[in-house]
Design a protein around this ligand. Structure first.
Ligand code: ATP
Ligand code: MG
Length: 339
């Protein structure tokens, strides 16, 4: 959904105006031509500013990283994910503040369902693109939606490669989110490997400023186990460090034949820059999600309503009932029934 209406200009003109950085006019011998050129330049320059304002372009007016905004969003809007918040803030800030990165940023987000992987990706997009997830430079692929037929894998590979190349050619600050990575055909993941690597250019296009985010449930069980171990030992979940989940996460991703990543050399070629674990959410986080959902609707958050919402969800393991089976999923639509 576009929030600003684009001027009704032909796409080719918009592209021309968007891509022109500063108008450079060749010197021409006659003064009339110079005058006309100057007038035209002035007109184009002011016209360009209008176009930049109304039409999303691959320019700083539309793409500018807001570091403090991201940090604040991660700490106040993403609940119960101290590890993910910390890693994402560090990774994205480091990458976006580097004018000459050696490779694109590749993040792999792992965890139980409903723990905020898509939500965190949206927060990243919002911190970079004025239009957030609605930006034309943010592309989301879902295995079952975009690549449903195993028999058409060769066609998908070509389409995906062309799509990535085309988009990065027109904007180097493009972002690609691959959802349900565990359901992605291994060959398809292999086909995007060249874009994730340390190459200066692939077929004349540089991918070094792009961001690739992979989302999956792979390794979710091992993250749950570690979080449960801490809980059983009476330790706070905030004490969990990356090293506590990293090894078992890597092992379970490697050894899970369905995880998608396992089949590829993404991991052993070190193409993934950061593994980002999402911990399973507890009762108190579901309450926070319900409160946030009410605020998002412009209502005064009601703790009693949020408590009812959380109390009605299922928790696991059966004996301890610590973690929400669906995380914070469906909370957005559920809380209204309890008002
Ligand atoms: N940690 C969280 N903090 C705040 N809100 C959350 C969190 N986790 C989930 N939510 C809320 O629940 C919704 C669903 O979460 P999201 O789609 O991000 O889960 P997911 O981890 O991608 O799950 P799945 O593995 O099933 O795709 C989000 O839009 C958000 O409103
Ligand atoms: Mg998801």
């Amino acid at each position: 959904m576009r929030r600003r209406a684009a001027l009704s200009l032909p796409p080719s003109l918009l592209l021309l105006l968007c891509s022109a950085s500063s108008a450079a006019i060749e010197p021409i011998s006659t003064s009339i031509a110079v005058g006309m050129a100057a007038a035209l330049t002035g007109f184009l320059a002011s016209y360009q500013n209008i176009i930049y304002y109304f039409h999303e372009c691959c320019r700083p007016e539309w793409i500018a990283f807001n570091r403090t905004g991201l940090q604040e969003d991660l700490s106040t809007r993403l609940f119960g994910q101290h590890l993910a918040s910390h890693i994402i803030a560090k990774a994205v800030s480091g990458f976006m503040n580097n004018a000459n990165p050696k490779k694109p940023l590749v993040l792999s987000l792992h965890g139980w369902t409903g723990t905020g992987k898509n939500f965190a990706s949206a927060l990243i997009a919002e911190s970079i693109y004025k239009e957030g997830m609605d930006s034309q430079f943010v592309h989301v692929f879902t295995a079952e939606l975009h690549f449903p037929h195993a028999g058409q894998m060769d066609a998908y590979k070509t389409q995906l490669q062309q799509w990535i190349k085309g988009n990065v050619s027109s904007c180097d600050r493009s972002m690609f989110i691959f959802d349900e990575m565990d359901k992605m055909h291994p060959g398809l993941i292999d086909s995007i490997k060249p874009y994730l690597d340390y190459y200066d250019k692939v077929d004349g296009v540089s991918y070094r400023k792009a961001i690739f985010i992979f989302l999956s449930n792979a390794g979710g069980e091992s993250i749950v186990q570690t979080t449960l171990d801490f809980w059983k030992a009476g330790r706070s979940r905030e004490e969990i460090e990356l090293k506590d989940v990293e090894t078992s996460l890597a092992l379970s991703v490697f050894n899970n034949k369905r995880s998608g990543l396992w089949h590829t050399s993404l991991i052993d070629k070190n193409l993934v820059d950061f593994f980002v674990p999402f911990l399973p959410l507890e009762y108190k986080h579901v309450v926070q999600c319900a409160m946030a959902a009410m605020s998002a609707q412009g209502l005064e958050p009601d703790a009693a309503v949020a408590d009812k919402v959380a109390a009605d969800l299922l928790y696991f393991p059966k004996a301890e009932r610590v973690f929400s089976v669906k995380g914070c999923k469906t909370i957005d639509s559920k809380w209204e029934y309890y008002v």
